[in-house]
Ligand binder design. Structure first.
Ligand code: B12
Ligand code: SF4
Length: 479
């Protein structure tokens, strides 16, 4: 029997004065998998706003105080609006995608939904549900949690299989839980249907045309082990899965044929109604974004993908995340020819000592070499840098600032390191007596000074680091 399922991306950027209008791939994958199996599953992005303008990152992080207010007032119109939309859908099942930062939002929404319709079954999945085996304690109105990939587990739940026997499902068992471990790693990710791009709930057809559906996932997982990153615990590191080059290219073509309108470009920076607000230039459905943790793992595979993009004359711009130690001259040249308009590179620090501490498995020299090859090929890149690591000194940060200037990135993204829940750094700090588990969940996104764990750095140095942001004024901007 066919079930009616709503998969929800809760509000997050809206609470920070911006919004998020692209497709959420995790729930879009689950929706298409359910739909292929005869169900009626829709994706509801509650972070969508009918606006093309996005606030500057700095502005977003400056809105922290207002953001925390939303969680104190459960009757705020935003919670009422989203709850009503969920109820109007008349779902039999509601699934929420979780990050640590949106657990409180999911708690508020799911309690409201339950009180308006006690029949509805509610499930939480995604990153936080995977990392936290006790997540159902934090979201009391949710019936089930799913750990790791959700396609097969949610299908089994919806089709009425015994939850106590479905791998990856945590269910309530009296006052406790029955935890069936992690969902099996899906080995044949090539066989999954492309993520849902049509059944987008809660917006008009006209608005739908502006949803950025050009996000593509070609790898599930990451084999590295950086201690500030949740990926090693979120995915099974030793079972990282790669889509074949053919499969990746076929999704690119599908997206281009069905959703691309290359005339559609927005640059609101000069528009009259922008007032003093700083605006980012966003091009919807004119750039593919590979959301892979690291797109460039497995060189032969990457080169094959790039050659296919060139040989088949795709003519699509794209961006990705990469590591400098994956670069060789050939990869960089192929990237340039294949339409790469931006590579996002996590340098994090200019101190080899800190690079070792954070288990980056990359040296400053690797980074210098990689950047040189990328620049020679003419591929623009964003440099991600952090400060605030435990044990980091002013001398380390001086090296970071000098290194950031030396590499001359096209855009800089600067963060104060936050020990995210589910990272090695989080567990190490907890072992050392830090009270991180006493922080509200919504604090777990970076750049709020409230998460700073370093007390050796001087304020002057941190300010000088954050001032690197000024370099963005002369660069090629955010993409
Ligand atoms: C693209 C991306 C974004 C995008 C898009 C987010 C979106 N809403 O779709 C943007 C840039 C907006 C973003 C923002 C943020 N992100 Co982000 N993001 C990613 C990234 C790189 C890919 C996500 C993705 O599409 N994966 C591919 C899909 C297929 O996987 P998936 O989403 O995990 O879904 C699978 C399972 O988790 C599960 N599942 C997911 N949802 C559900 C729901 C149900 C009901 C079920 C049953 C199962 C299920 O099934 C899915 C299919 O198998 C991940 C890293 C990664 N590689 O996963 C980081 C990552 C998820 N982000 C992270 C963070 C920290 C953030 C921010 C807090 C950053 C910030 N400072 O603002 C915000 C929070 C946004 C929010 N809404 O709360 C962390 C999360 C850590 C944590 N403990 O929460 C990650 C893991 C990065 C990392 N390695 O540390 N992000
Ligand atoms: S920071 Fe990047 S390379 Fe390191 S573990 Fe996370 S996703 Fe992998």
């Amino acid at each position: 029997m066919s079930s009616r399922i709503l998969l929800v991306n809760p509000p997050f950027y809206r609470l920070l004065g911006s919004h998020y209008n692209a497709n959420s791939l995790g729930i879009a994958y689950i929706a298409s998998y359910l739909n292929r199996n005869g169900h009626d599953a829709w994706v509801y992005n509650a972070d969508y706003v009918n606006q093309r303008e996005y606030a500057e990152l700095r502005e977003i992080f400056d809105s922290f105080v207002n953001y925390t207010e939303y969680f104190k007032n459960e009757n705020d119109p935003i919670w009422e609006e989203v709850t009503q939309k969920i109820i109007d859908f008349k779902p039999e099942w509601v699934g929420y995608t979780s990050y640590t930062a949106n657990i409180t939002a999911i708690d508020i929404l799911s309690r409201k939904v339950k009180s308006m319709n006690p029949q509805v079954k509610q499930v939480i999945g995604g990153v936080h549900a995977t990392l936290d085996g006790l997540v159902l304690d934090s979201v009391k109105a949710i019936d089930f949690a799913v750990r790791r990939e959700g396609e097969e587990a949610l299908l089994a739940l919806v089709e009425g299989q015994d939850p106590l026997k479905i791998s990856g499902v945590i269910s309530r068992d009296g006052a406790g839980f029955c935890n069936n471990g992690d969902a099996e790693v899906i080995k044949s990710i090539d066989d999954l249907p492309f993520p849902e791009r049509e059944k987008l709930y809660g917006i008009s057809n006209e608005e739908k045309a502006y949803v950025d559906v050009s996000y593509i996932c070609s790898i599930r997982g990451c084999p590295y082990r950086c201690n500030y990153c949740a990926s090693p615990f979120h995915w099974k590191r030793d079972k990282t899965q790669y889509r074949s080059p053919e499969s990746v290219i076929s999704e690119m073509k599908y997206v281009k044929e069905n959703y691309w309108n290359t005339k559609k470009e927005y640059d609101f920076s000069a528009s009259a109604n922008t007032k003093s607000k700083e605006i980012l230039k966003i091009k919807d459905n004119t750039i593919v974004y590979f959301v892979d943790d690291v797109f460039t793992i497995k060189k032969p595979r990457v080169k094959e993908i790039l050659r296919k993009m060139i040989d088949q004359d795709l003519g699509m711009d794209w961006k990705c995340e990469a590591r400098t130690d994956h670069f060789d001259e050939e990869i960089c040249e192929l990237m340039a020819k294949a339409g790469c308009v931006r590579v996002k590179l996590g340098f994090e620090t200019g101190s080899d000592r800190i690079l070792k501490e954070i288990q980056k498995d990359e040296t400053k020299e690797d980074m210098r070499r990689g950047v040189k090859m990328l620049k020679d090929a003419g591929v623009p890149f964003t440099g991600y840098f952090m400060t605030g690591f435990p044990g980091e000194t002013d001398a380390d940060l001086r090296e970071t600032i000098d290194f950031a200037k030396e590499i001359e990135a096209d855009y800089y993204s600067l963060s104060v390191m936050a020990p995210y829940y589910g990272t090695k750094i989080y567990y190490d700090l907890m072992d050392r007596g830090f009270k991180l588990d006493k922080k509200p969940w919504e604090y777990f996104y970076h750049q709020t000074g409230d998460m700073m764990v370093n007390d050796t750095l001087s304020k002057e140095m941190v300010d000088e680091f954050l001032d690197l942001n000024k370099l963005n004024d002369s660069g090629k901007g955010y993409v």
